[in-house]
Design a protein around this ligand. Structure first.
Ligand SMILES: NC(=O)c1ccc[n+]([C@@H]2O[C@H](COP(=O)([O-])OP(=O)(O)OC[C@H]3O[C@@H](n4cnc5c(N)ncnc54)[C@H](OP(=O)(O)O)[C@@H]3O)[C@@H](O)[C@H]2O)c1
Length: 343
């Protein structure tokens, strides 16, 4: 590569040099990868966690660049002053903190009120851009949506349907995102939203998060059958990269669906069994009397236009399982091959 091009590539790689941003819920699955990506790009990062001295956040302190450019601050989504303190001196905020549960007691208030507090604190502290980690749960939940039509950023979940199906995660994230747009408009905050589907890939944090559990249950023997349902997936590295791209692209605006593949649960189990035949992965559908449910297909065009080239599902399924094994969260089984060729 000619010298001028090398210099330009290096400058792009270190686009965060001299810039400070805040990531809320920094110790979570997605946020940890985001903090890592931001540090790799030269940013100084203020990460909010609920307990900075909890050893569960040690993985953040171990990241390259963390010693000099990562500060962990105590903040709670329901404590607006803690958010203002964390955002002061930052040019941007990545709001990733949220409970991830269908328990309405735990989910609704921090997601909805917390997001309002984040946007308000961002306005009060003069933040230039907020990137909010929403969810595709704010996009597709609508009983009248035609499964044969591509779902894109113009679609919204139906709140009454979320309530009647007791899908409190989708309900709270939808109200939270709508609130974020409303306050951003009122307060003149430059908001950009990323809407990921179910996120998989290697874990940086020491414990299993909700979306990793989705795969884990098929490996431990706890799920004897799979449900007749479909789901869209994406690699956590692509989700982190999507956040950085929408932050750094001056023309970015609106919602960005972050999705790679849609699989029926049977397809997921078969893909896992092909990669890891040594685990007791279900081979039967719980409800095999009805035809397989078709999942929604999501448009990731807006992120492709920003240069994201999504990792394929086989790769992130493999990396998820290997990561669970390496962290001692999933026992390593003798491979089928080992059984046949004992040494
Ligand atoms: N993973 C997915 O498949 C997926 C898909 C779409 C969207 N998302 C969204 O992506 C974001 C991150 O999800 P994740 O999968 O990375 O979840 P995660 O690993 O469970 O991380 C969530 C983080 O939020 C923090 N948090 C929860 N309640 C809080 C509160 N009241 N105040 C401050 N912090 C709080 C937690 O902090 P503590 O460590 O202090 O508990 C945790 O670090 C969420 O907004 C989620 O809705 C996730």
């Amino acid at each position: 590569m000619p010298a001028a091009e090398t210099t330009a590539a290096a400058a792009r790689a270190l686009s965060g040099h001299g810039r400070t941003v805040c990531v809320t819920g920094a110790g979570g699955f997605i946020a940890s990868w985001l903090v890592k990506r931001l540090l790799d790009k030269g940013y100084t990062v203020r990460g909010t966690v609920r307990n900075p001295v909890d050893p569960k956040n040690d993985h953040l302190r171990a990241l390259d660049g963390a010693a000099n450019r990562l500060v962990l601050l105590r903040a709670d989504l329901l404590n607006p002053d803690s958010l203002v303190a964390a955002f002061t001196g930052c040019e941007g905020v990545f709001h990733a903190a949220s409970p991830v549960t269908d328990d309405p007691e735990k989910m609704i208030e921090p997601a909805i009120k917390g997001t309002r507090y984040v946007i308000t604190a961002a306005a009060d502290t003069g933040i230039k851009r907020v990137v909010f980690t929403s969810s595709v749960g704010t996009v597709y939940m609508n009983p009248y949506r035609d499964p044969s039509k591509l779902v894109d950023d113009t679609c919204w979940s139906d709140l009454e349907y979320c309530k009647s199906t007791e899908n409190w995660y989708c309900y709270a994230k939808t109200v939270a995102e709508q609130g974020a747009w409303e306050i951003s408009r009122q307060r003149g905050v430059d908001l950009v939203v990323v809407n990921p589907v179910l996120v998989l890939g290697p874990l940086l944090q020491p414990t299993v998060n909700a979306s990793t559990e989705h795969v884990m249950k098929y490996l431990t023997g706890s799920a004897k059958t799979y449900v007749n349902a479909a789901q869209a997936y994406v690699h956590v590295r692509d989700v982190a990269e999507a956040h950085v791209r929408v932050y750094e692209s001056p023309g970015a605006s609106g919602r960005y669906i972050c999705a790679e593949s849609t699989l029926h649960r049977g397809e997921l189990c078969r893909a896992l069994a092909k990669l890891f035949p040594e685990y007791p992965i279900p081979t039967r559908c719980k409800d095999d009397a009805t035809p397989p449910v078709k999942g929604y297909l999501f448009s990731n065009q807006r992120l492709r236009d920003l240069g994201i080239d999504f990792f394929p599902v086989r790769q992130y399924l493999y990396e998820t399982v290997r990561s669970l094994q390496e962290k001692g969260l999933l026992p390593v089984q003798p491979t089928i091959d080992d059984d046949h060729h004992p040494s």
